[in-house]
Ligand binder design. Structure first.
Ligand SMILES: Nc1ncnc2c1ncn2[C@@H]1O[C@H](COP(=O)(O)OP(=O)(O)OP(=O)(O)O)[C@@H](O)[C@H]1O
Ligand SMILES: [Mg+2]
Length: 296
């Protein structure tokens, strides 16, 4: 039994909530799936919370996703990516999204507990170093009250984070080396995967709803040019604190109206504005809403 298998076995035997941390392409998602598979085989009810906004295992990019896999087949990429619940953050980079990322992960944990999960696996993004990386992981682990933190590291890159977790929390910290043979994707490859995931999500049949300017969070300033919101990603609110899906806005200059484009079946109660815009080939570009609104 190798070190990874030993960790998988120990987590399945003892843990209620495990968080996977590590740099880019460290094997976090693969190890998350391995823990889920072993947990299902051991008869546990597993929840897979995917808190990585960009390289997705569960749900569309820009969202935190939740899946309760009930069989090994459910861990196949095509099935695992269909979420039972999502939380819309509206960005692909965690930078500047600390609060919505932590709130979103907490909402998915609540859903997982309501669904009766007794082992929650939280997969995360590759931002682990620097002040922001540490803050993000610190507050996530704090909010989740993880009993186990598994870190996949190259060299000693996670030592500062491990030190913080061991000093501040009762969580067990498990360090694993990243397999040096692991393929590291280029920036373009990662962007390509993200675009593929968005293109797959926005596959026809798509609904097109006319949008009233009063349905947005944040609220639009008065006299705001609707055209400025063309192709911005939005979260479809169910009016009950949850999200039913992802969409993007389309400005129709001849009618001076905004339409919502989404595969979601039901018209939303409200729309949360994201901070990315999609181009025709689903490449994402960051948008600063404060600049757009001309406010602070
Ligand atoms: N133990 C392993 N043996 C062989 N290949 C692996 C192993 N773990 C991961 N891989 C491969 O390495 C790549 C990265 O793995 P994975 O997606 O799990 O990493 P990650 O840390 O989740 O990356 P990201 O930062 O994109 O979320 C994938 O192509 C995966 O199939
Ligand atoms: Mg991953």
């Amino acid at each position: 039994m190798d070190r990874y298998e030993a960790v998988v076995e120990r987590v399945v035997a003892t843990s209620k909530l495990v968080v996977l941390v590590g740099g880019l392409d460290a094997g976090k998602s693969r190890l998350s799936r391995a823990i889920a598979a072993a947990g299902i085989a051991a008869g546990r009810t597993i929840a897979y919370v995917d808190a990585d906004l960009a390289q997705k295992s569960v749900g569309p990019p820009t969202c935190v996703g939740l899946r309760i896999p009930r069989s090994e087949e459910d861990l196949e990429p095509d099935r695992l990516r269909v979420p039972e619940a999502i939380y819309f953050v509206g960005a692909i980079s965690p930078q500047g999204q600390l609060l919505p990322l932590v709130v979103g992960t907490a909402r998915m944990l609540a859903h997982a507990r309501e669904a009766g999960a007794d082992l929650v696996i939280v997969d995360t993004n590759g931002l682990v170093s620097g002040v922001y990386g540490q803050l993000l992981k610190y507050h996530k682990i704090e909010m989740l009250q993880a009993d186990t933190v598994v870190g996949l590291q190259r060299g000693e890159e996670l030592d500062p984070l491990f030190g913080i977790v061991s000093r501040f929390f009762p969580s067990e910290v498990v360090a694993l080396p990243v397999d040096p043979n692991l393929p590291v994707a280029s920036v373009d490859e990662r962007a390509g995967r993200r675009e593929d995931a968005l293109r797959r999500y926005f596959t026809e049949p798509l609904q097109r709803w006319r949008v009233k300017p009063t349905v947005f969070m944040p609220a639009l300033p008065s006299m705001f040019e609707a055209s400025a919101l063309d192709r911005i990603v939005v979260g479809l609110s169910d009016g009950q604190g949850g999200y039913t899906g992802l969409g993007y806005l389309e400005y129709a200059p001849d009618e001076d109206v905004l339409r919502l484009i989404s595969p979601a079946g039901e018209a939303p109660k409200a729309l949360k504005l994201g901070s990315v815009r999609l181009d025709e080939s689903f490449r994402v570009r960051r948008v600063d809403l404060r600049n757009l609104f001309g406010t602070d």
